[in-house]
Design a protein. Structure first.
Length: 158
């Protein structure tokens, strides 16, 4: 049964990109803008932001799936989406908070075309300081133009 379980984990991980995009566009830049607004400030007032509450909000479905799948055998299948959600959360933290926003000063000089593309797309997202007129709401998959720009930039520096 492990190939099916692995497929569930992988599908959940990739499906979370769609969930993240939709939530970022319609919830964070919509109903819960008051929690996300400080993330769009040029100079945050502290290391922590109100936006960090989303980390807890998004962790809850993963925790619920992990706990239910682990401790309630009839719903053991929920363990695998929980693993996929948790892995996506870890990837989000590593890419968004550490790599893009440099909350910890590591991975500063990464020059991989993929990483350059997602960093540039996120920078374009942050050029809009208000909740309207946003663009590039994804994290791991961004519009193709940013991948093309990154490949071009790498080719010019080679």
């Amino acid at each position: 049964m492990w190939p099916v379980n692995l497929l569930i984990v992988v599908a959940t991980f990739f499906g979370m990109e769609a969930v993240a995009w939709l939530t970022h566009k319609f919830v964070m830049h919509g109903l819960l803008w008051n929690l996300h607004e400080d993330h769009h400030r040029k100079n945050p007032s502290s290391f922590f932001e109100k936006n960090d509450y989303f980390f807890l909000i998004f962790a809850l479905p993963g925790i619920a799936c992990l706990a239910t799948g682990s401790f309630y055998p009839p719903l053991q299948v929920l363990l695998y989406p929980g693993i996929g959600i948790t892995i996506y959360g870890f990837a989000y933290f590593m890419v968004h908070d550490i790599f893009i926003h440099q909350r910890f000063k590591i991975f500063r000089n990464a020059d991989n075309f993929y990483l350059l593309a997602i960093r540039r797309a996120h920078k374009m997202h942050h050029k809009h300081l208000g909740k309207e007129d946003g663009e590039c709401f994804g994290m791991l998959w961004v519009p193709m133009q940013y991948f093309r720009e990154a490949l071009k930039k790498k080719a010019n520096h080679a």
